[in-house]
Design a protein. Structure first.
Length: 353
């Protein structure tokens, strides 16, 4: 596990940087952004037509960035790709030698809590809300069930990038697990909380053009077009709204977008994105489950209390309105106490009394 393999992992990573294939994104050669203004409440376009200039087979391009230039340069490259396209895929965050073990433990934890998670989803559906996707298994606050991935959560390339956007005191707002079983349904286009208007608590559109929350999808199996690599719409993080809750006139939230891509990567990679990015669950057409962790990083100033059951904000904004919950479950204090020292600050706001 990580403490023993840290230096090896660093060596492997250095080799990868020199090969230039550790970091992938839709780079600028791919797209010439032609702005097609449909609605214009402000100076920002709500819709864009993205015309492709060049496309690799996989739809994503590997490129060489760093050589020996070091961590800071890498941060800035990831940051600038997220700023430009809304997302970036960072490979080898969980080293290849650890990822199978992490996946096995996460899958076992999800299985053990599957019935309970389905019952919670059913309660929300019974109140008339669309939540979850058929064929996708969920485990909320997975860290309460297994800490096997905790050593990687403060990775410089992930937390460091979050800090580049938000400054100090970043907090984790979500640690869920998703297992897309073979044959799972396609999901609807949405942006993540607090930009998903199907949730009781959300930022009112048109959104200010500011990064407020970073989402990430940790690939515990490889993500390919066959097994349901997440659909993303490059550039959509700067749109003023998204199709969830019918937020964009003329856009069917369930229909493919002509410029959609799939965020593919080997197991151990992380898809890091601005939470405003339009994305959707893709169908798994393989015969193996696709396994992921959903980790979100919030600035200290983003009010997370409406997502926390038992708080007055949750009572007022979610329960009393009958709205759809974006629920977070506190971390157990025994789990918190066993976290690595550099990960504890990410959960300190949420320890179960
Ligand atoms: O699992 C996926 O591919 C996408 C998950 C998703 O839509 C989300 O976490 O908001």
């Amino acid at each position: 596990m990580p403490p023993n393999t840290c230096s090896d992992a660093k060596k492997t990573r250095k080799q990868k940087y020199q090969n230039g294939n550790h970091l992938r994104s839709n780079n600028d050669a791919l797209y010439n952004l032609e702005l097609l203004i449909l609605h214009n409440h402000s100076s920002r376009p709500i819709m864009m037509s993205l015309s492709r200039q060049r496309q690799s087979d996989a739809g994503l391009v590997s490129f060489s960035l760093l050589g020996d230039r070091g961590e800071n340069v890498e941060h800035s490259e990831i940051v600038s790709h997220i700023e430009q396209f809304g997302y970036c895929i960072v490979e080898d965050v969980i080293p290849a030698e650890d990822v199978d073990d992490v996946r096995r433990q996460v899958v076992a934890a999800q299985r053990a809590h599957h019935e309970q998670a389905e019952a919670e989803l059913a309660k929300t559906r019974a109140r008339g809300h669309r939540i979850g996707v058929q064929g996708v298994g969920l485990l909320k606050q997975a860290i309460n069930a297994t800490r096997c991935f905790a050593p990687f959560l403060a990775d410089e390339r992930i937390l460091g990038v979050a800090e580049s956007f938000f400054g100090e005191f970043v907090r984790i707002s979500c640690t869920d697990c998703l297992i897309n079983h073979p044959g799972n349904q396609r999901g609807y286009w949405h942006a993540d909380w607090p930009f998903n208007a199907t949730n009781a608590t959300h930022v009112k559109a048109p959104y200010p053009d500011a990064m407020m929350h970073i989402s990430s999808i940790w690939m515990l199996t490889h993500f390919g077009e066959d097994n349901g690599a997440t659909f993303v719409l490059p550039g959509s993080h700067r749109f003023e709204n998204n199709p969830a809750a019918g937020g964009v006139e003329g856009i069917d939230e369930d229909a493919p977008q002509p410029d959609q891509r799939q965020a593919t990567g080997p197991a151990g990679s992380v898809l890091l994105y601005d939470s405003r990015l339009w994305h959707a669950v893709a169908p798994n057409r393989s015969d193996e489950p696709r396994v992921a962790l959903i980790i979100r990083y919030a600035p200290w100033w983003l009010n997370l209390t409406p997502t926390m059951r038992g708080t007055p904000d949750h009572q007022r904004m979610v329960l009393e309105t009958g709205g759809k919950n974006y629920d977070a479950i506190p971390i157990r204090s025994d789990v918190f106490n066993m976290l690595p020292d550099n990960v504890k600050p990410l959960y300190r706001h949420w320890v179960m009394p």
